[in-house]
Design a protein around this ligand. Structure first.
Ligand code: SAH
Length: 407
């Protein structure tokens, strides 16, 4: 017999759940109204881009040229677009490819293999993306919203609330800028890297925001990323969409014809705890979220990830590993793997990551039940660029105030 472990909960640690007018946990699904981001070429479908050309009295092939410049040469600078007629070029490019992201700062760590970008949007909203070089792949963690309305107590972004949805072009522009930085040899030690034609190979929607709460724009951005003829030509498998578990949106995603990788932020296998850790659990319970995740696998054949931030004495008990495995195995075998994430510290939070032996035991139990399990590495922790740490700090706000928006 082992001695019973402590059970810490967000509430016992002094965190209080904000409530809405009906007394339910506060969740912001709708984006607050703010000035719309400038309309951008990347917000249009390939057909709409051609129509746009015809409206402007230009031949259709100009659309293709602009697509090439932006999506594969990573530029919105008219000076670099010498295949466009000089006359009216500046104006055309400025109208169709307005600058959307102004770089406020860039922090680098892991000997240059990780870069965190802080971007200011046209209305002053701040978002971040994190670029990471791994052996054989380059991953960009993108934001889908400025802030987040899901209010998870252990996530810095969630605690800051939702500023607004990002447009599809703003989401895509993060990839364009990252590719530009790579092309300029800025990711990694230039003595060892800098291969010709290197670019982002993997995208994870794990930056700021709840991607499924900004569904249409996120899906438009994904279509641009995977479009071989008119977009970036990335592999859908290399794109991971992570959600707190907005079940109707997961079902919608299941019926899209884009086999992205799907990740569910579960963090607790029992509703009692998950109700407190993930406020959206008040709408869709553990079993509903797991059923939707399983259906994603059944329809697409893509193995699903379950994310599980390990928080000391909160959700890291051996019995929870057993219960999680039981719930996953009840739905089938080989359809899922678990990604435990040692909790990253967030400002003002009292919670810490599980102790190493506890983490090891959690993993061991899952594996004993036949569940493939990989601990997620915590890249960028020292630059507050790891999971759950993306939030505009006071220093960020000051730097942003001193940065004029590019126009
Ligand atoms: N809103 C989406 C995507 C963004 S967060 C979602 O929740 O899935 C990406 C992952 O980081 C999620 O699994 C999230 O729960 C996790 N996370 C949030 N805060 C964290 C923290 N402080 N430490 C470790 N992981 C965290």
């Amino acid at each position: 017999m082992t001695t019973p472990r402590a059970q810490v909960r967000p509430r016992t640690e002094g965190w209080t759940q904000k409530k809405d007018a009906d007394g339910r946990p506060l969740l912001q699904f709708a984006s607050p109204r703010r000035g719309k981001p400038p309309a951008h070429f990347a917000d249009l479908t390939p057909e709409q881009r051609v129509e746009k050309m015809s409206e402007l009295g230009l031949p259709a092939f100009r659309a293709k040229q602009l697509e090439k410049h932006f999506f594969t040469h990573y530029t919105h600078d008219p000076a670099e677009m010498t295949d466009l007629p000089a006359e009216g070029r500046e104006e055309l490019v400025h109208t169709l490819l307005p600058p959307l992201l102004t770089e406020v700062r860039r922090l680098s760590t892991d000997r240059g293999d990780t870069i965190k970008f802080l971007w200011k949007l046209h209305d002053g909203a701040l978002v971040e993306s994190v670029l990471m070089r791994y052996p054989g792949r380059i991953t960009l963690c993108v934001s889908s919203q400025a802030g987040c309305g899901m209010n998870c107590p252990f996530c810095a972004t969630g605690q800051a609330g939702l500023t607004r949805n990002m447009s599809a072009a703003e989401i895509v522009a993060q990839v364009v800028h990252a590719n530009r930085a790579i092309a300029e040899g800025e990711l990694g030690d230039p003595r060892h890297v800098g291969h010709e034609g290197e670019r982002v190979t993997n995208i994870v929607f794990m930056g700021m925001g709840e991607p499924m709460a900004n569904y249409a724009r996120v899906m438009h951005a994904v279509r641009v990323m995977v479009d071989k003829k008119h977009g970036m030509g990335m592999s859908a498998r290399g794109i991971t969409i992570s959600t707190v578990g907005l079940v109707p949106a997961i079902r919608k995603l299941t019926n899209e014809d884009i086999p992205v990788t799907f990740a569910l932020s579960l963090h607790a296998p029992d509703d009692e705890l998950r109700d407190e850790m993930i406020p959206v659990n008040s709408r869709w319970k553990v079993d509903e979220a797991l059923d939707a995740a399983y259906e994603y696998f059944a329809k697409t054949g893509r193995r699903v990830s379950i994310e599980y931030a390990l928080i000391k004495d909160m959700n890291d008990h051996g019995w929870r590993a057993d219960l999680l495995a039981e719930k996953l195995n009840a739905r089938g075998r080989g359809w899922v793997h678990v990604n435990p994430i040692p909790l990253n510290p967030t400002p003002g939070s009292v919670w810490t990551a599980s102790d190493r032996p506890v983490q090891d035991e959690f993993v061991r139990r899952l594996e004993t039940h036949g569940i493939p399990t990989t601990i997620r590495d915590t890249r960028g922790k020292d630059i507050d660029g790891a999971c759950g740490q993306l939030v505009a700090t006071e220093a960020d706000q000051e730097a942003a105030a001193a940065t004029p928006v590019e126009a």
